[in-house]
Design a protein around this ligand. Structure first.
Ligand code: PEP
Ligand code: MG
Length: 759
């Protein structure tokens, strides 16, 4: 059964659009379950109501497709949707909810089993099977159909996202169905509208997107040359193994050669190129389709031939990519898209052409999202349902505020977002005027606004932003860009540039914080629970040789400038702090002994683990400042992986538990008379910044693109008003209510543009 299920899912995943995907589903499910009818209804939701529309059927009158539409309140299918559970009936027509649609010609069918297709809690549609017998379906049928529906949900979202449902109209007078967004995680607060450009790692056939070409003959030539090159490789390989392998084993190479030149691989790929797809895209389609055919075979030996097809595909692709290294033409307003967009991929796009980035993996704390924020462009991360292979060249919208992505949006959606983009540009101009003004409330309370950084390329925009210093410099970024640990001198140079650029303003360098989701290519850590494992200070204390070199580089870089502060990440225990302080003092003593005119920098601890919250007093007693890392603190307090798109809706730094933890840390810092800052993403969220101001946080450190928005908030409230808002928030019991209350407060105060797209 598992095998059958896997094959159906694979086949659906290969479909080119929603219609094709649904037709595969109804055909295959009807056959496998040996029923008389299988149909799929898709949920179509407007602001006012919800409808279930018949989109595919094998067994009912095909004329009914698109015509059977059930409102929320009537019909068995709607009932399945409303209850979000299976309904199994011996004779559907006898049920009071049954609705008769003459066009369906379903009079002869009695047994009815409907199950909801649910994705991320939403009922996407209903899968229905019917039989001519007056008899309920058995338990096995029910569990099978539920399993199919659960497995197909993601595949349907993919197919739907690539444009299948758009344009379903009953007649010309009917309104066009709205473009449905795909949901990801907000990565960088901006809106991008432009042309999708899919970037992919080399030699990964599944990652190749479809791409339209004009010069068909040139593309076919290119493909044929790649095939010839593979033929040559295989012949050479066969000859080389002549003395090693017996004749019958080497026959496999002959099979390869036959396959290569067959209509099934070469011929069909050429046809696809003639239809306008480029060679790598056409090859991907052929290989995936062919592989599927083999996988469906009952015979084990033949099934394994799927691996050979894939191997051939990879070989051809390798030649295609090597022969003509791709000259990418970046369109204006490029929206860079990929499975796992890295910072270096982002760097390949000329800045003036780049408008946004969308990545299937990652979150707002990924390297690339941090870079996008520093550049002031939109980023949407963790878009797990993105049909990457099918969107190259299409118009896309990336709303980095809400984490929504629209593919081939309708005119109405385009117009709406264009208006938001225009308003946003006007707002940015207005905000730039605040650059040289202090972050002071109307009643004269000042709060320092600092920037988070980690890349030398951030420095210029950070300096231009009017920031009062760097509140968090993530030193792991320069470590990530290298092939081995940077030397003391290399590190000193980097830190010196940062300290010098901002001098006399303070610069907080955080010691190496790798582990978790931040890996160094030359220092792999393989763990089952990396966020609960060897991370941050735990690694550097276990490797004092790395820690000591880094501290030496930092302290030496500050000679003559003395604007360095050192921050220790992931402290969860007093002993860790004591040990780290011991090593820092050791370095300081050694440098003095060596005759350097060094000054002991201020030392701070990050409060980002719940145990540190409860020990904040004991930590505060030992250091010069505290800095609250709300990104990790939220993840650990709420037990929600900050990078996992599936639980992203549970991750919210405005959760009452996080707010109370911050209050407790502020109290501890006050008791020991040391300053406390917030350097997690929360500091750059204008509505959260209002609360932090009310709590008495001394400084907020954020990505450079958030700075002017937060400054605007600070300059437009009184501390008194902020405190009133905080006291209201403290009564509320969950993050959703808090967010809603704060958003409304901002809208009512005419500051809505700071927290959503538009002004
Ligand atoms: C944090 O955890 O809030 C933080 C600022 O550190 P990072 O995002 O680098 O883990
Ligand atoms: Mg952290």
């Amino acid at each position: 059964m598992l095998d059958i299920l896997r094959r159906i899912v694979q086949e659906v995943n290969l479909a080119n659009n929603l219609e094709q995907a649904l037709n595969i589903i109804v055909r295959r499910v009807k056959n496998v379950m040996d029923v008389d009818v299988c149909s799929v209804f898709i949920t179509y939701e407007t602001e006012a109501d919800k409808e279930y529309v018949l989109m595919a059927t094998d067994g009912l009158n095909p004329d009914a497709i698109g015509k059977i539409r059930m409102g929320e309140k009537s019909g068995l299918v709607s009932l399945v949707g409303k209850r979000a559970e299976a309904i199994n009936l011996a004779d559907a027509a006898k049920n009071p909810h049954y609705l008769h649609f003459p066009v369906a010609s379903e009079e002869d069918f009695h047994g009815f089993l409907g199950v909801p297709i649910i994705h991320h809690r939403k009922v996407l549609g209903i899968l229905v099977v019917q039989s001519s017998k007056i008899q309920k379906f058995n338990e096995d049928d029910e569990t099978f159909l539920i399993t199919v529906a659960a497995q197909l949900a993601a595949a349907i979202v993919h197919a739907e996202a690539s444009g299948g449902i758009i344009g379903l109209k009953q007649n010309e007078n009917e309104k066009e169905l709205e473009t449905k967004p795909i949901h990801g995680l907000p990565g960088a607060p901006a809106v991008a509208m432009g042309t999708a450009l899919v970037m992919y790692p080399p030699a990964d056939i599944d990652a190749i997107p479809d791409r339209h070409i004009v010069n068909v003959e040139k593309e076919i030539d290119h493909f044929n040359q790649a095939v010839e090159a593979v033929v040559k490789d295989i012949k050479e390989l066969s000859a080389r193994l002549k003395d090693v392998l017996p004749e019958e084993d080497r026959a496999l190479f002959d099979v390869y050669l036959l396959m290569l030149n067959s209509q099934a691989i070469s011929g069909i790929t050429q046809e696809r190129i003639r239809d306008g797809n480029w060679a790598p895209g056409a090859l991907r389609q052929t290989i995936q389709e062919h592989e599927q055919v083999f996988l469906e075979m009952e015979d084990n030996y033949l099934r394994e031939r799927a691996d050979d097809v894939r191997d051939l595909g990879r070989r051809i692709l390798k030649h295609l990519q090597e022969d003509t290294p791709e000259q990418i033409e970046f369109p204006d307003n490029t929206v860079l898209i990929g499975e796992d967009i890295s910072a270096s991929m982002l760097a390949e796009v000329p800045r003036e052409k780049l408008s946004g980035v969308i990545s299937v993996r990652g979150s707002r704390t990924s390297h690339v999202a941090i870079l996008a924020r520093a550049m002031g462009i939109s980023a949407v991360m963790g878009v797990t349902d993105l049909p990457v292979g099918r969107i190259d060249g299409r118009t896309v919208i990336a709303d980095g505020y809400s984490g929504r992505v629209f593919i081939s949006p309708s005119k109405k959606v385009i117009d709406e977002f264009q208006r938001l983009i225009d308003e946003e540009a006007a707002l940015s101009d207005e905000l730039m005027e605040l650059r040289d003004l202090p972050a002071k409330t109307e009643d004269g309370i000042e709060i320092s606004l600092l920037v988070n950084s980690g890349l030398l390329s951030d420095i210029t925009p950070s300096l231009q932003s009017g920031a009062e210093g760097i509140g968090l410099y993530r030193t792991e970024f320069p470590f990530m860009e290298r092939q081995k640990f940077p030397s003391e001198e290399e590190q000193r140079n980097i830190y010196r540039q940062v300290l010098e650029s901002f001098h006399p303003r303070p610069v907080t360098l955080r010691t190496l914080d790798v582990g978790g989701d931040k890996a160094l290519p030359y220092f792999p850590i393989d763990e089952d629970n990396p966020f609960l494992g060897w991370r941050g200070i735990r690694i550097t204390l276990d490797h004092p040789e790395i820690f000591l070199v880094q501290i030496r580089a930092m302290v030496r870089a500050s000679i003559g400038l003395n604007n360095l502060k050192i921050l220790l990440p992931m402290i969860s225990d007093i002993a860790e702090l004591n040990e780290a302080l011991g090593l820092i003092h050791q370095v300081y003593g050694e440098l003095l002994e060596e005759g350097d005119e060094v000054v002991m920098p201020q030392i701070g601890v990050m409060i980002e683990v719940p145990s540190a919250v409860y020990q904040a007093g004991n930590l505060a007693r030992r250091v010069d400042f505290l800095s609250i890392g709300t990104n990790d603190l939220t993840q650990y307090l709420l037990a929600v992986d900050r990078n996992n798109a599936r639980v992203a809706s549970l991750y919210d730094s405005l959760h009452p538990a996080v707010i109370r933890a911050i209050l407790q840390v502020v109290e501890s810092a006050r008791a020991h008379d040391i300053p406390v800052s917030v350097c997690g993403e929360m500091a750059g969220d204008p509505i959260a910044a209002l609360l932090l101001l009310a709590m008495g946080i001394d400084s907020l450190s954020m990505s450079v693109s958030s700075l002017s928005r937060v400054k605007w908030v600070v300059r437009n409230v009184t501390r008194e008003r902020a405190r009133q808002v905080l006291s209201e928030v403290l009564i509320l019991e969950d993050a959703t209510a808090i967010r809603k209350y704060l958003n409304e407060t901002f809208e009512n105060a005419g500051m809505g543009g700071l927290v959503r797209a538009g002004n």
